[in-house]
Ligand binder design. Structure first.
Ligand code: GLC
Length: 576
């Protein structure tokens, strides 16, 4: 057992607003480091790599789920919130990790998955009995009027699940259907029931007592179901919102209640809510400090810009730079005075940023990984680094469906091919956007399986590991890793990076991403060439920076009036 940081003591160690200067590192445990030779990453593996994170300089670990789980969605389907899955170790291993992280000044945030449980959670098993007091903890509904229960097309409504053809699963024992908006293995909890809410808050307090420093809240806006999801009240407009369409009417009320009941703000815990479909307006409400809901949210807007609105998931469009940078700027301005942004390109649900927004060819990979990081980390908000992003890890070159593991990838493939979509089209979608690209093993060194495991890894290692790996990066002063170290240090050391007002320059320029950050009499200018060709700088449209101090640059071409391919510069402007 470790010394937990309880109550007031924890509060002292977590000063007010500490998360505003923090950089968070996300660990996907199954793919980070295996310690017991089963091909799957685990908690002792993470503990063995803490010095690496300390060297990088991050302040917080966000741990993707390690709870007991049948793993239908790699742990985002929890069957026991108060235990660790044997796949990842034991509760004692987790306590050791928390203590070892704290010793290094690194805080730890748990993933909180409470929109749904696993279908193997005892609450759900109990709720299968119509007479059970837990029946109302989930959404059980009869077949649609006049339809034969269990027959095709009798589901209470036509809503598809994110990872299955229907959001409704028939239970022959009670003759009713339950709602699982992600998959049948992930039944949705009914937050309208106050007992459900209290059970979740009690569990959260239990984790706070174990010394965790906050929560990343999975699809938290869906705890209040959008109108029409449960068929209770159909949207009078007749327009059925999709699961990406935001939240239901009680979200703010539930979040404020959770904050109060778990003392989230009182204890200065970090809270970040994943909110697909959220807008600047919903984010302002959720992150206004005066309302005591959340510190920040993960918006999905910038990672959905290459999708066709209302189209199928495999329908992708090109994403011009102005669209991307103006979207981020819209959030910067929207949350400039009230609320707070989270900043991310990569996570366990996204393709690798360097392959998606950069250029992952051998010629430009390093420069583009650095420049994307420069741009993101110089925005205002809390940056999130996803494991391997700091090495410039790329998408996996998978060519057959058998190489994919993700429930989402397999479902998209099945749905598309069943619907007659050409295989090449859906494979192209998976090659560019599958969540599995983020989930290939962390590349530690050039030994077999990239030093991730001594066994066969659960998903193939990216074959580029002999060149792209942490050991190689640590020997190279110009590595992507070294650049992330500098960006993180720059944030820690400069109030203007943390708090400065953001202003986008050259909003329509299709290759340059330029902006300023201003705090009192300090002003930074960030210039980035987001293309694989040299770019002239339109000096007449930029603040004068010819004699400005260079705080951080990538491979400089040495000319004040142009940038090399994927070159970026952070300059301190003379304000006198
Ligand atoms: C979130 C998680 C994702 C998961 C889904 C359902 O979007 O990030 O990995 O599949 O919620 O829990």
């Amino acid at each position: 057992m470790t010394d937990h940081l309880l109550g007031e003591e924890a509060r002292v160690l977590r000063p007010d607003g500490w998360w505003r200067s923090a950089v968070v590192y996300q660990i996907y445990p199954r793919s980070f480091q295996d310690s017991d030779g089963d091909g799957i990453g685990d908690i002792p593996g993470i503990t063995s790599r803490l010095d690496y994170l300390a060297e990088l300089g991050v302040d917080v670990i966000w741990l993707s789920p390690v709870y007991r789980s049948p793993q239908c969605d790699n742990g985002y389907d929890i069957s026991d919130y108060r235990d660790v899955d044997p796949l990842f170790g034991t509760l004692a291993d987790l306590e050791t990790l928390i203590a070892a992280a704290h010793e290094r000044g690194i805080r730890l945030v748990m993933d909180l998955v409470v929109n749904h449980t696993s279908d193997e959670h005892p609450w759900f098993i109990e709720s299968r009995d119509p007479a059970s007091p837990k029946r109302d903890w989930y959404f059980w509904r009869p077949a649609r009027p006049g339809a034969e229960p269990g027959a095709a097309g009798s589901e209470p409504n036509d809503r598809p699940a994110a990872f299955a053809p229907s959001a409704w699963t028939y239970d022959p024992v009670s003759g009713e259907y339950y709602l699982g908006i992600f998959s049948p293995g992930q039944p949705d909890l009914n937050w309208e029931n106050p007992e459900v809410r209290q059970a979740v808050y009690a569990m959260m307090r239990w984790w706070v007592d174990r010394g965790v420093d906050g929560f990343r809240m999975d699809v938290i806006n869906l705890i209040s179901k959008p109108i029409g999801f449960t068929t209770d009240a159909l949207d009078p407009s007749g327009v059925e919102p999709t699961y990406e369409g935001g939240s239901g009417p009680r979200l703010d009320e539930f979040l404020a209640e959770m904050n109060r009941e778990v003392r989230l703000d009182d204890l200065n815990l970090l809270t970040v809510g994943e909110m697909p479909g959220s807008t600047v307006e919903t984010a302002i409400r959720a992150t206004d400090p005066g309302r005591h809901e959340l510190n920040m949210v993960f918006t999905f807007e910038h990672v959905m810009l290459d999708r066709v609105p209302g189209g199928q998931r495999w329908d992708l469009v090109d994403l011009p730079l102005p669209v991307l940078k103006n979207n981020l700027a819209h959030w910067q301005l929207g949350l400039a005075d009230v609320g707070w942004n989270s900043l991310y390109f990569d996570n366990h649900d996204q393709a690798r940023a360097v392959s998606r927004f950069g250029d992952d060819s051998p010629e430009h990979r390093v420069a583009s990984a650095k420049t994307l990081a420069t741009v993101l980390h110089l925005h205002k908000g809390t940056p999130y680094v996803y494991q391997g992003e700091e090495l410039g890890m790329t998408n996996a070159p998978f060519t057959t469906i058998e190489q994919y593991r993700d429930i989402s990838a397999l479902n998209v493939y099945a749905a598309a091919t069943a619907g007659g979509v050409p295989t090449e089209r859906v494979m192209h979608f998976l090659e560019t956007r599958s969540r599995d690209h983020a989930r290939t093993p962390m590349q530690w060194d050039a030994t077999d399986a990239a030093g991730f495991t001594t066994a066969t890894p659960w998903i193939e290692v990216n074959p580029n590991y002999p060149t792209i790996n942490a050991a190689a990066a640590s020997e190279d002063a110009d590595s992507v890793f070294a650049h992330f170290q500098k960006l993180i240090a720059l944030r820690h050391d400069n109030a203007v990076v943390r708090e400065g007002r953001f202003e986008l320059l050259l909003p329509e320029h299709d290759r340059l991403w330029a902006f300023t950050r201003t705090l009192d009499d300090e002003r930074l200018l960030v210039l980035a060439n987001c293309s694989s060709r040299p770019a002239d700088l339109p000096l007449e449209d930029l603040p004068d920076h010819v004699d400005a101090e260079l705080l951080l640059g990538t491979h400089l071409n040495g000319r004040p009036d142009s940038l090399a391919p994927w070159e970026s510069r952070i300059l301190r402007l003379d304000q006198s």
